[in-house]
Structures are given as C-alpha cells and as structure tokens.
Design a protein around this ligand. Sequence first.
Ligand code: FAD
Length: 577
Amino acid sequence: MNSRIWPSWSLTILIIAIICISSSNARPFNSRSISLDERYGINNELSSCLTNKKVDFVDALRNNSHIYFEASQGDNMRFHWHPVAIIFPANTQQVSDAVNCASKSGNIQTVARSGGHAFTGYSSGGQDGAMIVDFRKMNKIQPDSKNALVHIEPAARLGDVAKDLWADNQMAMPHGTCPTVGVGGHSLCGGVGPTSRFWGMATDNIVEVEIVLADGSIVHVSQHENPDLFWAVRGAGVYYGLVTKFTFSTYKVNHPTTFMRYKWSESIKTPDDAVKLMHAIQDFGKHPDLPSSIGFHVQVSPTESAGASEGMITLQLRGMYLGSKDAYLDIVGPKLFEALEAVGLPIKGDSFNEDEMSYLDLMKEWDDFGSPTDKLDTQLERKRRNNFVARTSLGMSQKGFSDEGFRTILNEVWQRQVDEKKGSFKAHSTTDQDFWIWNIYFELFGGVHNRMRDAEILAKSSFSHRDALWLMQSSVGGFEKKSLVHEAYAMVHKIDSAIHKALQDDNLEKMGYSCYADPTLQDWKHLYYGKSVDKMTDLKRKYDPKNLFRNPQSLIETPRELVSGLKQWILSPHPLP
Ligand SMILES: Cc1cc2nc3c(=O)[nH]c(=O)nc-3n(C[C@H](O)[C@H](O)[C@H](O)COP(=O)(O)OP(=O)(O)OC[C@H]3O[C@@H](n4cnc5c(N)ncnc54)[C@H](O)[C@@H]3O)c2cc1C
C-alpha cells in the first residue's frame, strides 16, 4: 500500500513544484503562455486571417532572416524580440482588421510601433510572440494653421512635424528634441521638450484622437466624445488601443527666438565648483520671475581632455528662449550671471553661444543626432539605431536639491573620472565594444510659471506627476554596431543610486517617467502614474478586459481562461539588467 502511495505523492509534489516554479516566474504579460510556434515567430491562424484581410505583413516563415530582423527590431539594440507578425497597415480599417485577427487567433499580444524609439523594446513586444502593428505607412502630417491645429498619423517623426508646421505659416507644437522619435509613442506617454514649460507637453496638446479598441471598433476621442478615454490617452495612451490619428493644438512663432549654450569644463577645478554652479542654475530655474518661455537642461559629462587631478567633469547648460536675444539677456543677467559672478565662476562658461534665430533653426540646434549639414533629416538619421541603458527620476516638489544633494551626485561621477585618469581602470572602445559616453541630464521640468501645471491641463490628463523641479536621466550609450562594455551597466546603476540617495537625503519623493520606461522598476505603476493608477486600471478593464494590448508593464493580468498552459518558455535574449 505504502509503496503505491509514495510514487503518487512524489508525483503530486513534483507537479506542484513545477506549477510553483512556472508561476513564480510568471508575470502578467506572460500569463498567456507562448506556444512553441509563436516562440519561433509563427502563428498560422493569424497569418491566414491577415492574408484574407489583405493586410501587408512580415513573419519568420514567409520572409528571410534579414527582412524579419529589420521588421522586428526597434531603435534600442539592447532589446530584440521575435514577433509572430509585423503588420504594415495602410489605413485605419486595416488596423481594425488586424486587431480582430489577433483577438480571434488566441488573444495574441498586440503592440503598436510608431517611431520605434521605446527605451525598452516594448513596441517589439517586450517578449517573444507579439503582433507588431508598424505604422510606417501611416505618417501623414496635415497642418491647419488657420485653426491652429495639426492632424498627424502616428508614424510621423518629430523632426518632420517641426519642419511641416514651420512651412505652414511658422507654426509649432511642443515635443522632445530627437527628430526621429515617433509622434505615436511620444505623445501618448508625455513628450517633454524645451518649450513644454510654455506650451505643455505634446500629450497636453492632444485635441482629438482616432483609436482602434480591442474589439476592433474605431472610436473618436476628444473632450466631448468619450471623455474618459480622452483623459486616459493624454499621458497613458499605450494601454487602451492603437491610435491611428492625432489632432494637436499648434502655436505661431513668427518672431525671433534665442538659443543659448554655456559650457564649463576647465573652470570646474573641484567637485565643489560643480556644486556651486548647479546651485546657481537651480536658483535660476526656481526664480519667481523666470518666464515659462525659457527652457533648459544641464548636461553633466566627462571632460575628455582633463589632466589627472582637475577638470574631471563638464557641465553644459543648453536652453532656448521664445523671444529676442536682447530680451533674453535682460532676464538672464540679474537672475543667473550675477549669482555666478558672486561665486567666482565664469558667468558664460569657458565657451558659449547666444544666438538669435528662427524657431526652425532653434529646432535644428537641438538636434544632436544629425551632422551639421543634415539636421532634422529624419530619413538619414533613422538609418542609425542606438544602443543604450538609461535610468530616470523625477524629483518631486519645487524646492530642488541642497548643496549636499548635488555633492552626492557630482562626487560620484567626479571620483569615477579621477579613478579612470589614475589608470585604476580603462573605459575603452574596441572594434566591437564601446563605452560611448555617460551623461546625466537635469532637465528643468518645474519652475514657478509652467503650463504643465495648469489646473485645466491637469484635470484632463492621466499624467499626474507634474510637481517636479528636475527630470533627471543618467545614461550610457553607443551606436548600433558596437555592444556596450559591461561596466556601462554598473556606471548607470551607480549614478542612479547616487541620485536616489540625494533625493532621499533631501526628502524629495522620487517618481518615474513612462516615456523613459525602465524594465527594472518594481513599483512602476506608482512611479509612472501615481494617483491615476486606479482610474486607469478601471478604464483598462472596461476597454480591454482581455489585455490584448499588453507589454511587460501591463496594468491588468490576462484573464485565466486565456491562459493556455503552464509552461513558460525561456525567452532569449533577455535584456541585460
Ligand atoms: C534618442 C531618444 C531621444 C528621446 N528624447 C525625448 C525627449 O526629448 N523628450 C521626451 O519626452 N521623450 C524622449 N524620448 C522618449 C520617447 O518619447 C519615447 O521613447 C516614446 O515612447 C517613443 O515614441 P515612438 O513612437 O518613437 O516609439 P515606439 O517604440 O513606436 O512606441 C513606444 C511605446 O508607445 C506605444 N505606441 C506607439 N505608437 C502607438 C500608437 N499609435 N497607439 C498606441 N500605442 C502606441 C508602443 O507600443 C510602445 O509601448 C526619447 C527617446 C529616444 C530613444
């Protein structure tokens, strides 16, 4: 008797162990397990449905590896996934047909790709087995300067938006500064740029969208039509459907603007000099009379040519003013230069630019990716992918850092440079490995006068973390052909830890920014969305109860009845930590 019980108990224990192991690895986005075929990029039911609907697509079975790779890969080469299909709809009806196909073929994870610049590869699924809706054929921009509006399809790139708006009566809208970022992803998660303090983020300027929901319906969303979705797409739009058209507010800029850049390198002789500089710049950002028409960031990076004991780091303030140079100098003189003079630092850095120019030329100045002759050339720039790791923090409240807080951050990078110069280690570039550069960006997100905090905008947006002075990002990156040296990961982690400590010591709450998604965050819902999470989750259950539109950071779990097995395939390549 016992001998018969023992084997059956051991089998039960084994089964429980397998269940526990597989479910402990399970995360919401994985909860519909991926079949072996899907693992290899094949789902025959989906393929025949897409073929019947005449939707153009690429998959691993029909296409050669080069085409399949190119169609699967987003901008950041650190992440690569194997989708079951990459579809290229030409119009909204085809998007709807494809959504119905994915839904009927086993609730296949469906993700949009507009510009492909997701930090984490989420527009390639963030795991194997997704259907990617690549909007590359839907990239029209139709400015309507008479009504101060622009109608844009999701795959239009920011650089093209800036050029086309300018060509139509010198109009503009707020957005980030990388010309090849897509309007789709950018404006659904935020979209912060140098003009955001004046005009708001891109997402704040959404007037209307057309969206394909999980049941395939095509819905118009505005303040008056489906206002709950209007609130949701303005800040957290990636969860509710595939946005096929946007209408944004636009603004006239038929007046001169001013570009400024001040770079302190050799004049920063000690970490304390850098702290004094950051202190003065922070006071400038917090000044009660600083107009919202000034936007800037401070970039901290290594000083390449420094000797072994000084000038380790460079601080560069880069900014813009939506007005003339004379008016700008009247503002900056008493609010920044006098403070710098008082602490004995060169008021305009060791080198500087203060140039009056048109708004379009200003946008070109902010383009870090094009060479001087092809600024805002999005066709050319998008041919080169990136390869980077980044961490982001929003430091809540308008008070900013104490000197001790700045010291914690700046000492960290200063000491690293000292160690490198002493030869303790070598951050190297070889033929196949690259340590491109580390950077910390302090972007002025707050300030007293700031459209991003207007009550009217806040009430109509799921982007809740508005009360931050600095949006900070530490990153290490290179271009696609080279892989990052492993030390790069440790470097970003160390800088981010120093920022975390400084925030903690200064009693500044740390939040995140979903446009700079970070797959390592545990508490990402709260960090990205704060008090909006509950309402967002209710809306997700209402509009996408089967969690068709999901990624590794999903608001809800896929329902149990759609879980087809216990096995979790080991997905490769996993993103590095
Ligand atoms: C080099 C670089 C510079 C950047 N600079 C800035 C900056 O200055 N300011 C700033 O705020 N951000 C910046 N970002 C972040 C950028 O805003 C986000 O990564 C944004 O999500 C990218 O949009 P995309 O359409 O290019 O990306 P995609 O990879 O296509 O999409 C990103 C996410 O949005 C979803 N999505 C895309 N299109 C749609 C759609 N039509 N409907 C529903 N969901 C959709 C995707 O599924 C994915 O989850 C930068 C990113 C990079 C890589």
